[in-house]
Design a protein. Structure first.
Length: 409
């Protein structure tokens, strides 16, 4: 029961991050949870010398030293303190649905959690679900991950006869705004390999994510009084339409899934004389990713050539890369070990390519190979978020199983 109690405690702390604050961490509530975790770590018996709390940037690292004579790799687990700014995380009020019958769940505040909209609910028939009251997100993303990691640590502290290597844990701020690894201290963390525990459904394992770039296209036109514009005016907004029109509709977020990449027009603003378009470009495949960047450059060149007198610049920069190239060639055992631990617990592993980036992808490119595994929740970032008690318990056990697999190798 302790992982559940921890989870229910952690979600009482409002840790929503903020895109706007410009601070690190972006919000002060994350400090509150970091301090709770430091206290919990001390209370469960991690010595103060094995806890590093970066009070400036709000990172918590802790280590349970190995008890083996053998040389066992230090395995790490990471989850994030913040919740998404897309929904409130303040005054989270949970509801328990015992022995779920597969029907509609009334959350309150006019919100229904219904299997006709969220068919995965049916997987949880007979289980105990934790939902919101329809006003806030739940915070299973990623406080379920934190609770599972903490309870796994406690298990090894309470069972000192079980042989294991160093277990390193880290709790990081601002994952939801893409800044989770900004000040991550690999040395303080001390793991040889790690997992972010930040995925969804039980069994999920991800070691692929997008390659990502952003493109800012600036179009300069020529403004003339519309009454005298013939053969003189160049309307930068119309040129923007042409550029976007050259990108096939089949390569948009709303028309793609799985490993299909896309161009996403995030924003467009301007007037006759100047228009700015912002795209993000995504593809799992490195070659297709490069091709997409090249294509948008070419489209801009061609459009500029077709409109003498207009100016088009495309600033394209890479944001992050697919971690698969850091995991599969040289570190596939990290994936295999996790899958073995899952199978031993009767969990069917599900390979899920992430249609986004992960903190683990960033860390993989900093030298710490780091796939992402399930934390158990569903419908992240909104009021329909839920998790089952059974998933939290199983994932807590799975994390211990992974540690044991490393010790066995
Ligand atoms: Zn998350």
């Amino acid at each position: 029961m302790r992982a559940i109690e921890r989870f229910l405690h952690y979600i009482t702390v409002d840790t929503a991050s903020s895109e706007e604050s410009g601070k690190h961490p972006s919000t002060s509530g994350q400090f509150d949870l970091a301090r709770v975790l430091v206290m919990d770590l001390l209370r469960m018996g991690i010595s103060a010398g094995d806890i590093t709390y970066d009070e400036e940037h709000c990172y918590v690292y802790a280590r349970l030293k190995g008890n083996s004579e053998r040389d066992i790799p230090a395995v790490g687990f990471i989850s994030h303190l913040d919740t998404s700014p897309e929904a409130s995380g303040k005054n989270v009020r949970t509801q328990f649905v015992y022995d779920y019958d597969g029907g509609e769940i009334e959350l309150g505040n006019g919100k229904m959690l219904s299997p006709s909209v969220f068919p995965e609910l049916l997987l949880y028939k007979g289980q105990t679900l934790i939902t919101t009251d329809g006003q806030t997100l739940l915070g299973a993303d990623d406080k379920a991950g934190i609770a599972e990691i903490m309870s796994m640590l406690e298990y090894f502290i309470e069972n000192p006869d079980i042989e294991h290597g160093d277990i390193c844990v880290a709790f990081t701020p601002d994952e939801e705004i893409g800044e989770g690894t900004e000040f991550f201290d690999l040395k303080a963390f001390g793991a040889d390999v790690a997992y972010t525990v930040d995925g969804g459904i039980l069994g999920e394992i991800s070691y692929e994510n997008f390659n990502a770039a952003s493109a800012k296209i600036t179009i300069k036109g020529c403004n003339v009084h519309p009454g005298e514009a013939k053969d003189k005016m160049i309307n930068s907004q119309r040129i923007a339409f042409e550029i976007d029109g050259a990108i096939p509709a089949a390569e948009r977020p709303e028309t793609t899934c799985d490993r299909e990449g896309f161009f996403h027009l995030c924003s467009i603003s301007g007037d006759v004389s100047q228009t700015t378009m912002k795209y993000i470009i995504r593809d799992h495949d490195k070659n297709l990713f490069e091709e997409k960047k090249e294509r948008i450059r070419k489209i801009c060149e061609k459009t500029m050539a077709a409109h003498p007198g207009c100016g088009i610049t495309a600033d394209i920069s890479d944001t992050y890369y697919n971690m698969i190239e850091k995991i599969i060639p040289d570190n596939k055992h990290i994936v295999d070990i996790c899958k073995r631990a899952m199978k031993k617990d009767g969990i069917e592993p599900l390979d899920v390519p992430v249609r986004g980036g992960t903190d683990g992808a960033m860390l993989s490119f900093k030298g710490l190979p780091c796939p992402n595994i399930c934390a158990g929740g569903h419908n992240f970032h909104g009021v329909y978020e839920y998790i089952s008690v059974e998933s939290i318990e199983k994932i807590t056990k799975l994390l211990s199983g992974i540690v044991l697999e490393f010790a066995d190798r």
